[in-house]
Design a protein around this ligand. Structure first.
Ligand code: PMP
Ligand code: GLN
Length: 389
């Protein structure tokens, strides 16, 4: 799965989904729902196609979507966002992240992420030539928590950007106000920009999602990223966005125009409609809470130790208790063999860590499962995993 330097030729998600397809295994690896978002949103996109919205959308996104994003941020978080100067529609959150890192960092700068981290965060830093430094997020009695002392220690005078992610993929952690305040203090001390990936903002189970841009003084140094893929179950449409201070957004737009210029013209008005709808994400979250419990129970019955996620649609499972019995070394080996042993695909935590890092060692026996699948699929997955031990 992983080259010696930790790189993968194709993303871990593409590789593991191909493995699932090839072996007929249940794919609890790549995080995408097996039920589409609402019919009325699909119909809105179809209407937009029929009405002829099929040529390039404006580079910063169609006005109704930019307005809907600003309204959403005001309604949910009290953030004041100018839809004309402070919003940029992107090709998924992925482009927002990559364009932000490319626009705002250069070789020699340091970019700090949590570790484990979502794979494209590290790839974006790699493409920019900046140096990637990390602060660990490790499991304890209260779930995966940020080591605040390690965070402070990781920040040097060369720190240019903190690339945050909460609710956090792959751990399911939702950063607390205290953790966010510690991040904000480090950003202020080093005059760093914060780029925050909040694609799972609505998918929390009791924990409060707090955008770091709402902390005192942070709106002026923060770019907030989200995406319709997770919130409305249209991952294939790749409609994402960011917002923040106009000068930072302008810098990102400059890069974005040479990456894709624009995309998804007929999908943008449909997502504008969806963004006014708080019932759809609420219903998704309610049903995900039950599916989380179902998968966690199945994993525990199979011999894993799970850290119950407070958000996202992923759960980290510690396979330490199983590896010896199965004669396997670590989570990477387990994920390679899991299709054959149990007919299930999962992702090793190592894919979200730097090769050989202390966090990679701490999480060597961990694997990530997704529960954004229909209950029957999760039940079948749990039954298959029960045969493991
Ligand atoms: N950030 C995180 C943390 C993710 O899990 C994902 C996966 N969807 C993305 C970004 C990418 O989002 P998009 O599909 O909108 O590019
Ligand atoms: N975000 C999804 C996950 O973590 C994968 C998206 C992708 O394949 N790039 O599983």
């Amino acid at each position: 799965l992983l080259a010696d330097d930790g790189s993968v030729a194709v993303t871990i998600f593409a590789e593991m989904s191909a493995l699932a397809a090839r072996t007929g295994a249940i794919n609890l690896g790549q995080g995408f729902p097996d039920v589409d978002g609402p019919e009325y949103v699909k119909q809105a996109a179809i209407r937009a196609i029929e009405e002829g919205r099929n040529q390039y959308a404006p580079g910063d996104g169609v006005p109704e979507l930019r307005r809907a994003i600003a309204d959403h941020q005001k309604r949910h978080y009290g953030l004041d966002v100018d839809p004309d100067t402070e919003v940029l529609v992107t090709t998924g959150a992925t482009e927002a992240l990559t364009a932000s890192v490319l626009a705002l960092t250069r070789p020699g700068d340091e970019v700090l992420t949590l570790e484990p981290f979502y794979d494209s965060h590290a790839a974006a830093i790699g493409m920019s030539g900046a140096t990637h430094v990390t602060a660990p997020l490790l499991p304890g009695p209260d779930g995966f928590r940020l080591d605040v002392d390690a965070l402070r220690a990781a920040a040097s005078p060369r720190l240019r950007m903190i690339l945050l992610n909460s609710p956090h993929n792959p751990t399911g952690a939702v950063l607390t106000r205290d953790e966010l305040a510690a991040v904000a203090a480090v950003a202020e001390e080093h005059d760093a920009i914060v780029v925050t990936d909040e694609v799972y903002e609505h998918l929390t189970f009791g924990a409060e999602h707090i955008p770091i841009a709402t902390l005192p003084g942070m709106a002026t140094r923060t770019l907030t990223i989200s995406s319709s893929g997770k919130t409305f179950s249209f991952t294939g449409w790749k409609v994402g966005w960011l917002h923040g201070p106009a000068d930072l957004v302008t810098a990102v737009r400059t890069v974005k125009q040479y990456l894709t210029y624009t995309s998804g013209a007929p999908f943008q008005p449909a997502i504008a409609l969806a963004l006014a709808d708080d019932d759809t994400p609420r219903a998704l979250t309610a049903s995900l809470a039950g599916r989380r419990d179902l998968l966690c129970a199945g994993l525990e019955a199979a011999g894993f130790t799970v850290t119950r996620p407070a958000g996202t649609y992923f759960v980290m499972a510690d396979a330490s208790g199983l590896l010896g019995r199965l004669g396997l070394r670590d989570g990477v080996e387990l994920c390679r063999r899991l299709p054959e042993l149990a007919g299930v695909v999962a992702i090793p935590a190592a894919a979200f860590c730097r090769a050989g890092s202390p966090t990679a060692s701490a999480l060597a026996a961990h694997v990530r499962f997704t529960f954004v699948k229909q209950e029957a699929v999760l039940r079948e997955g749990a039954t298959r995993l029960a045969g493991l031990g």
